[in-house]
Design a protein. Structure first.
Length: 391
């Protein structure tokens, strides 16, 4: 799937930068064009792979390149005011060569959480291509303002995009990790999962052709209908022909049969691990409206039977009749990996928690604001009483 990626804010820009590194490393060719948008000049300068002409600094007249300080209302205002500057960079994207737009943003900060929904609405008004979002939820230990930003942004972002793929930092941060190290690993997890998912079906001349092809239309059909999506992933290292493993020492006519049995069992096992292990957004998979299974790895370790069994198992677990599946052969890979996209999930504890936090926070903000206004009035009255008349 060919994507035009736009990283909005600090987290969004870093993740898109990593997608470009993933493309260079794997040759998957997912990112047709990449743009970074930010209110902080330093964040844009820290990017390594996004072309400098595609790094857009907005809000210079208001925040002077210093960011919005986690104020997502200000982030939204600046995005609306400077949308023409963002459009200038998007105009350089060969839109006729892309299958979809993907807006990536951290939902806890100010620029991304405020600006990403504004950009999504703008793109959907102009283009016919789908507009998807990748929203990264902040950890619960990052502070109340970031949780409140995420709650507000989520409600708007999910409404403005054709589908919102969510990654919850809370489910992935390891105890004792440094902030920088933790986010580095999280960003790599995001890129690995979405890289395999969106890379499916992108075959160049001379590449292996899948037995069950997954192309961009399969992904688009799985994401259609809007809502929230989560992605599961599981991988296992496999023996290669020159590794001298057990299978390489088998002889006789039953080698293929043994290989087929092992391959089928491995695929079905990985499907279960991907669906029931750590999802990008933890949730109950039962009730997902649509699902897509992509198996990736060396062609000799992929087969139709295993994928069909995995797909049928997903149908049973989700209760959905819209479960698609296929393979993505990668000849030089040492791993077989399974990626599962669950779209239209509804039983998501983290989202319910965010919404409750937002309600309580808004009540607190209103109460604090009322008290502050009352105290200010009392202060002004006291000063008026103490002032001597000038004449």
């Amino acid at each position: 799937m060919k994507l035009a990626m736009i990283g909005f804010g600090q987290a969004g820009g870093k993740i898109v930068d990593r997608f470009l590194a993933y493309d260079a490393r794997t040759g998957s060719g997912i990112v047709r064009s990449a743009v970074a948008v930010n209110t902080a000049k330093a964040d844009l300068m820290g990017l390594e792979r996004i072309p400098k002409e595609n790094r857009v600094l907005i809000g210079q007249s208001r925040v002077k390149g210093h960011g919005v300080g986690a104020d997502n209302e200000l982030g939204a205002e600046i995005a609306e005011e400077d949308i023409d500057e963002v459009q200038g960079a998007i105009d350089r994207i060969p839109v006729h060569e892309v299958d979809a737009f993907l807006i990536v943003a951290g939902m806890g900060g100010g620029t991304g959480s405020g600006g990403a929904p504004v950009l999504a609405k703008h793109l959907k008004r102009i283009y016919t291509e789908p507009v998807y979002g990748v929203g990264v939820l902040p950890g619960s230990d990052e502070g109340g303002i970031y949780t409140l930003n995420a709650a507000r942004s989520f409600q708007t972002f999910v409404r403005e995009v054709d589908n919102l793929l969510v990654f919850d930092n809370d489910a992935w941060r390891q105890a004792g990790e440094s902030v920088e190290g933790g986010y580095g690993e999280i960003n790599e997890e995001i890129v690995t999962r979405f890289g395999i998912l969106f890379g499916a079906g992108e075959v160049d001349e001379g590449d292996e052709v899948a037995e069950s092809v997954v192309d961009s239309s399969e992904i688009i059909n799985t994401l259609k209908g809007g809502g929230v999506s989560t992605v599961g992933y599981a991988a296992e290292e496999v023996e290669t022909p020159d590794s001298g493993g057990l299978l390489s020492r088998f002889g006789g006519d039953d080698t293929d049969e043994v290989d087929a049995a092992r391959t089928t069992n491995r695929i079905t096992s990985l499907v279960r691990k991907a669906a029931l292990g750590r999802l990008t957004l933890p949730c109950e998979i039962e009730g997902a409206e649509r699902a897509l299974l992509v198996m990736s790895g060396p062609p000799r370790h992929l087969n139709r039977k295993g994928i069909e069994r995995g797909r049928k198992w997903l149908e049973e677990q989700t209760g959905s009749m819209e479960v698609r599946g296929g393979d993505y052969p990668v000849s030089d890979s040492q791993y077989v990996a399974g990626v599962i996209l669950l779209s239209g999930v509804t039983n998501v504890p983290r989202i319910k928690e965010l919404q409750q936090v937002a309600i309580e926070a808004q009540e607190n903000i209103d109460e604090i604001r009322a008290v502050s206004e009352e105290n200010l009035e009392d202060l002004v009255e006291d000063e008026d009483d103490e002032l001597e008349p000038l004449f």
